[in-house]
Design a protein around this ligand. Sequence first.
Ligand SMILES: CC(C)(COP(=O)(O)OP(=O)(O)OC[C@H]1O[C@@H](n2cnc3c(N)ncnc32)[C@H](O)[C@@H]1OP(=O)(O)O)[C@@H](O)C(=O)NCCC(=O)NCCS
Length: 180
Amino acid sequence: MTVLETERLILRRWKESDRGPFARMNADPRVMEHFPALLTAEESDRAIDRIEEHFRRHGFGLCAAELREDGSFIGYIGLFVPSFEAHFTPCVEIGWRLAAEYWGGGLATEGAQAVVRHAFGSPGLDRLVSFTTPANLRSRRVMEKLGMTRDPADDFDHPRMPEGHPLRRHVLYRLERPPR
Ligand SMILES: CC(C)(COP(=O)(O)OP(=O)(O)OC[C@H]1O[C@@H](n2cnc3c(N)ncnc32)[C@H](O)[C@@H]1OP(=O)(O)O)[C@@H](O)C(=O)NCCC(=O)NCCS
């Protein structure tokens, strides 16, 4: 089921055929550089199950991203309600993860811009957040290109990371819905 279309992308609900390519990207150290561990195929499958469960519960979620030109599955772009507690929760997060061979062509930004427009459309959300480790400059750049801004006072320790873990510190970016 298609959720959104852009010039180059279809953002849609997940299909069984996404499981193989999603597991391959979750086992790629380049893709998982800013996450605590690579995922096994079982963990990757469970992640898809959780994403689809989130769609059923909230009516929105992290969409599977497919190239319009040849139907290739390239990763996800979409929305997620984090289940941990922090000073900015409850909130809706915008997030993305693409297979490395598709990086650098503006695809994450193109898909995320469509997700932002959709999220702020009627009836719509009032604000979005996104967060990552300080070193994830690619992802931070996507946040900036969406017009998101970071206040260093919002930086936080991710509650799912153990104390002392090098990936515990996170930067938070925010985006308010423009006035109608
Ligand atoms: C983050 C990610 C989705 C970006 O995908 P993408 O399609 O390459 O993104 P875009 O091309 O739209 O934009 C990337 C921007 O980062 C910039 N960039 C790339 N490498 C960079 C680096 N090492 N340092 C700083 N900026 C960098 C690019 O130049 C581009 O900005 P520009 O358009 O101003 O030139 C992709 O790298 C990814 O899946 N990473 C692994 C998963 C991940 O970390 N997800 C986010 C978790 S919060």
